[in-house]
Design a protein around this ligand. Structure first.
Ligand SMILES: Cc1cc2nc3c(=O)[nH]c(=O)nc-3n(C[C@H](O)[C@H](O)[C@H](O)COP(=O)(O)OP(=O)(O)OC[C@H]3O[C@@H](n4cnc5c(N)ncnc54)[C@H](O)[C@@H]3O)c2cc1C
Length: 422
């Protein structure tokens, strides 16, 4: 339905934002036979879903609920009821029942079998139609007011809609071209809500060392990455790191970025240490170097490092070590050997910041979980108003957890809003 035909009747549930959270909220309220309207500022639903998982949509994860709760850190317990009511198996059953075959990949990540995020959007479109949800496209919620028992949704020049219950599911504030420009935060604020500062999450990091650009495109696999803030370890994991022209990225860095953003925003110095040989202790590495010196003592440092490191990395290493690349390895002094080992075990970079919010996969911050009832997703500030999805201050690392959060909170908000819309 285009916005020429705004409904004049009072609807039971108005859902704002047709992303994963809003679509699922509207579907659930529709299943409960309510008169549901879904308002979307774009001409189609699920623009952000199309981008997810590099166009393949990692829609959930097969991990148990406790792992999910852990992934959401201090906000995890808030999501327990939402996950209890509609969890990963329910979501997978929903998609399968609507004709979409799914597959599981490494670390429990679930994707559509055809690798197309558009297939996920098509299922949502079908389920919205099957449950008689009226979708108003090309309409942007501009203001929200409570008038007695009802809400008035102001849609700019297009007029307004009256609804008994409202679910705000307008997403975060990144990848603005998808429609998620942070409107919901502003609107919730006018209704009396507070929201935690919006910060980029799952985001690449910039480094102060400009020489990283010489390493652009280099992927390091099976390395350990450790972030330290003021000499305290804040995150550490083994995985894959990608060098870019501005700093570092790749799945491991994106995931750990959520844990270091707070320190960066507090203007604290954050350092990144890369252990290039996590499987070897310092002693084992030293023995290996000594063996090398014994058997191939006449080769130079440059050639030895070429054997131990990716091609692009060895010149950077030599520069940092301030060693003569042509020096024969049997002439290495003990302290020089130790310097090589220290660098292999702790290749240091200084983190300058993150890429901007616009380029972040999630928006950290949002409507405080303290202001939302975890059993219903209803606002504790404005009765009858509900929240779902990325708007809520509860985010996880990558792996399908964030979309499951959107589907679960959407489902719960849709169900509770529908039950209460009498
Ligand atoms: C590049 C990228 C890849 C990602 N990959 C994954 C992945 O593989 N797996 C995963 O779990 N998570 C992934 N995420 C995160 C995931 O996409 C989000 O967590 C999820 O989409 C949030 O859903 P949502 O419904 O809350 O918000 P959104 O999907 O952002 O939906 C909000 C909707 O509200 C609409 N809207 C906004 N303001 C208004 C208004 N005023 N009036 C009307 N409509 C409005 C928007 O147009 C939009 O359609 C990825 C994110 C990005 C950016």
């Amino acid at each position: 339905m285009r916005h020429g035909a705004l409904p004049s009747d009072v609807c039971d549930v108005a859902v704002v934002g047709a992303g994963a959270a809003g679509a699922m909220a509207a579907i659930r309220a529709g299943q409960l036979k309510k008169n549901v309207i879904l308002i979307e500022r774009n001409a189609s639903i699920g623009r952000k879903i199309l981008l997810t998982g590099k166009g393949r949509c990692n829609l959930t994860n097969t991990a148990p609920v406790d792992t999910f709760i852990e992934k959401f850190g201090k906000h995890g317990p808030f999501l327990r009821t939402a996950f209890f009511v509609f969890f990963n198996q329910d979501l997978m059953d929903f998609f399968k029942a609507n004709g979409l075959a799914l597959k599981e990949e490494r670390q429990g990540r679930v994707f559509p079998e055809d690798d197309k995020s558009s297939s996920v959007v098509k299922v949502l479109e079908k389920a919205l139609a099957d449950n008689n949800v009226r979708i108003l496209y090309d309409l942007r919620l501009m203001e929200l007011k409570k008038e007695g028992e009802f809400f008035r949704l102001g849609l700019g020049d297009s007029g307004g809609i009256i609804s008994k219950k409202v679910i705000l599911a307008t997403g975060g504030a990144s990848y603005k071209a998808t429609g998620s420009t942070g409107d919901g935060f502003r609107i919730a604020k006018t209704m009396g809500h507070t929201f935690a500062a919006l910060k980029p999450g799952l985001v690449p990091l910039t480094t102060k060392e400009s020489w990283v650009k010489d390493l652009q495109g280099l992927t390091l696999k099976n390395i350990r990455v450790t972030f330290e803030c003021e000499k305290k370890k804040i995150a550490s994991e083994v995985g894959e790191l990608l060098f870019t022209h501005f700093g570092v990225s790749g799945p491991l860095v994106l995931d750990l970025s959520n844990e270091i953003v707070e320190s960066l925003w507090a203007k604290k110095q954050v350092s990144l240490f890369i252990d290039l040989k996590p499987g070897l202790t310092i002693e084992q590495l030293d023995n290996r170097l000594l063996r090398e010196i014994e058997t191939h003592g006449s080769i130079n440092i440059k050639n030895m490092l070429k054997e131990m490191l990716p091609l692009k990395l060895s010149p950077v290493f030599i520069n940092l070590l301030k060693l003569d690349a042509g020096k024969r390895i049997n002439q290495l002094e003990q302290k020089e050997r130790q310097a090589i080992i220290s660098l292999l075990k702790g290749f240091k970079l200084t983190i300058g910041g993150t890429l901007p919010l616009e380029e972040a996969m999630v928006t950290l911050g949002g409507i405080s979980t303290k202001e939302i009832n975890p059993r219903t997703m209803e606002s504790k500030v404005v009765p009858g108003l509900y929240f779902a999805g990325e708007m809520i201050d509860a985010h996880a690392s990558s792996g399908g957890y964030n979309l499951q959060q959107a589907f679960s909170t959407g489902y719960l908000a849709g169900e509770k809003a529908a039950e209460c819309a009498k």
